[in-house]
Design a protein around this ligand. Sequence first.
Ligand code: SF4
Length: 351
Amino acid sequence: MDFSPSAKELSHFPFLKKAQDHIKGRFSSLDSLFNDKKGEQLIDLALERIKNAIKVKKSFAPEITGSSDDEIAGYALARIIVSCVHDKTLIDRLTRYESERAYYSLVNEEEWNQNYHQDDGEYSRLCIAIAHELGIQITKDRIPLADYVELVAPLHQDRFNLVNRQLEHGFVDIKKDERYELIRERIRVLLRRDLPHKVPTSVCEKLGPRVALIKKVYQEQMLEQFGTIEESSFPPCMQALISALTAGINLTHAGRFTLTTFLHTIGMDVNGICQLYARSPDFDLEKTMYQVEHITGRGGSGTEYTAPACAAMRTTGLCIHSDDLCERVNHPLSYYRAKKRDLKKGPMKKT
Ligand code: SF4
């Protein structure tokens, strides 16, 4: 299919190669961004994008606010800035936001696209073209089995499980909404795969104040989301690690890493984390400080690590005593958030 999207269409899907090609040559180099007013405006657009990605409640509008070219440049710059921040959770948030945004644009295409027309029953020309650009050979109501299996691997809803699907001649039947969901998932995976970019140190240094601002906003958002620290809401895996510490059992490197990153993300400071490790009978303050500062990004590397998801925890044998709530989450941080919410509402509901 010949796919010649308009600039406006590209601005809604700025991750497409055609979108990046569209603005190629606009900047002689990344450095040129720091020398004029236009560059400043684009960086501000990128910061806005990241701030929206950090918000708990995201909202999207059919019409973009800036020019199409600025929108595409803002997308690319946002990816450069989060690469400088080098925080895995922030990168995950931005890629999830970009995929949600594209999903919104696809589902609501009629509202913003004057070129909207249907090519394949109820699906638009643009939707089909984008799926193909992303390497998904999707048709009106089915998708090749191999594509399907790859796309649904990270999705947890039972309805995506192959045993719950209709299979025919190597194709899996899909519904209209699911088609959009699968495209969204493909976008998320592809965008995540490329990050963090290897950004020259000189560029990150020039972005320094902006990077610091994003770190501050991000930290505030995380604290707001996780609120005061409540050990009673920790997931069973983290409770088990703390119990092991208290019982004088030496945690493995993976165990220490997991517990430290978890505590750091929910807002515990380095001293608080060290105090927790002090429950261990063989506690060594200096060694613990060094390890904690390294993992939380204060030890010189600047890299902040994030607690592993449940799937990785299972692989390393750290998923212990999982309970009913565990079936609703795929990350210990989601467990913590949900449990706090449930406790606030009243007695825990059985699922
Ligand atoms: S399922 Fe996830 S949250 Fe629950 S115990 Fe295992 S790793 Fe922890």
